[in-house]
Design a protein around this ligand. Structure first.
Ligand code: NAG
Length: 404
């Protein structure tokens, strides 16, 4: 398993130093490069794969259990959308903000009828895993999401012609946020899997399948990828509540360790793919440390509570009752969701989604590397060879921050 104890203070200081350099550098580069700046393109498509972190309503159209649905109140209670949409949040999720920053309209769920694919489409499904075995029969697994992409590819070719469809696919950004369910329900909640595979074998099986998906997308012409890495899973209210006595109210570190191991393996694989796959460009993020910091120090970031769910019941709001559509009908709802990191037992609030979307969009290399999403959306492949990552971040500090 991955090392778990890192000098927290040292890392934060490094990040702050780099942040200052980053601000100085971007200010400098803006004023320098204004004259020869190419017009910003807002026409790149945005394709989304993943689980409930990014599902925008696909599960409304499949036959599944109430736990995998979010199309009822109080989901979406903040009124950004007229009705609950199926997003696992009090409002928007991270990809909605990214679409906004990229000057795209909201990206529709693939299963919604009569969808226009030309700005991209969202294939994600709450509860989904990388592995077909994870929540099998109740979700759209990653392999099936990929086959839905193939349908979109065909449809685009018919509508736009093969040449324009190919262009659209190669210029598009592919955002992937998946894996948590493989480790929670798929492994920790599944004794048979634990008998068959030790944690390390299991992580590499998940990563192996994820890598294959990335390679398949690349074969189809995809070049630019964004990843949300896994959060500290043991700090989700639902997981924290599993063993409240033995953990003394702390996070369930064995679950977080799986997420860390996954994140480290993914980082390694992405570096390798960058060398192996022609034109492959990516943006990977350190969501794990970023969120852990807000969980542990909520008041530093405009929150009051980093532990308890706004909506739910039982210890930490960790019993997944939000909405009253599941076996247990009673649940409680907080007064001011803006105080909370966690919306329900498994999912963060819109405020967290928005804050991290901003970080992904234009964050510094200690959070998102080697490119941020602004780089990927707004540059042509050849034009971003010299990036913030090359300028302000030496390979050594980067390695320390991401603990490869
Ligand atoms: C993908 O996952 C399956 C289990 O669903 C496993 O048998 C297979 O070995 C994995 N493939 C890779 C390339 O890791």
């Amino acid at each position: 398993m991955a090392k778990q104890n890192f000098p927290q203070l040292g890392r934060s200081v490094a990040c702050i130093t780099i942040l200052i350099q980053f601000i100085a550098f971007t200010g400098f580069s803006r004023s320098q490069s204004h004259a020869d700046e190419t017009p910003r393109s807002s026409t790149k498509a945005f394709f989304i794969f993943g689980d409930s972190t990014v599902d925008s309503g696909n599960n409304n159209y499949i036959n599944t259990i109430p736990e995998n649905r979010a199309d009822y109140k109080p989901y979406g209670q903040n009124g950004v959308f007229p009705q609950p949409t199926g997003r696992f949040s009090d409002g928007r999720v991270i990809v909605d903000f990214i679409a906004e920053y990229a000057k795209l309209p909201l990206i529709p769920p693939f299963l919604q009828p009569n969808v226009d694919y030309s700005d991209g489409v969202n294939f994600a499904s709450g509860g989904a895993g990388v592995l077909a075995e994870t929540n099998q029969g109740q979700v759209i697994d990653l392999q099936t999401q990929l086959s839905h992409f193939e349908e979109v590819e065909k449809s685009l070719s018919e509508k736009l012609g093969v040449k324009r469809a190919k262009e659209l696919i190669s210029e598009a950004i592919y955002f992937i946020s998946i894996g948590s369910n493989d480790y929670m329900g798929g492994y920790l909640g599944n004794p048979q899997m634990q008998e068959r595979y030790n944690p390390e074998q299991y992580v590499w099986m998940v990563i192996g399948n994820l890598t294959r998906t990335i390679i398949t997308l690349h074969e189809k012409g995809a070049r630019k990828f964004g990843f949300l890495n896994l959060s500290p899973l043991g700090c989700l209210p639902a997981i924290r509540a599993l063993k409240p006595e033995s953990n003394k109210g702390g996070c369930f570190e064995a679950a977080s360790a799986l997420a860390l191991a996954h994140n480290n393996a993914l980082s390694l694989v992405l570096k390798k793919l960058k060398d192996d796959l022609e034109g492959f460009m990516y943006s990977n993020s350190n969501f794990y440390d970023w969120l852990r910091d807000r969980i542990d120090n909520p008041t530093n970031y405009g929150f009051k509570d980093g532990v308890n769910a706004c909506c739910g019941s039982g210890p930490y709001g960790g019993v997944f009752t939000c909405g009253g559509t599941k076996t247990i009908r009673e649940f409680s709802l907080c007064d001011d969701v803006g105080d909370y990191v966690w919306w329900d037992s498994f999912h963060p609030t819109e405020k967290i989604h928005e804050q991290f979307a901003k970080a992904l969009w234009n964050g510094p290399p200690c959070l998102v590397e080697p490119y941020n999403l602004d780089n990927l959306f707004n540059s042509n492949n050849e034009k971003i060879k010299l990036t913030i990552a090359d300028v302000v971040d030496s390979p050594k500090t980067r390695r320390e921050q991401f603990h490869y």
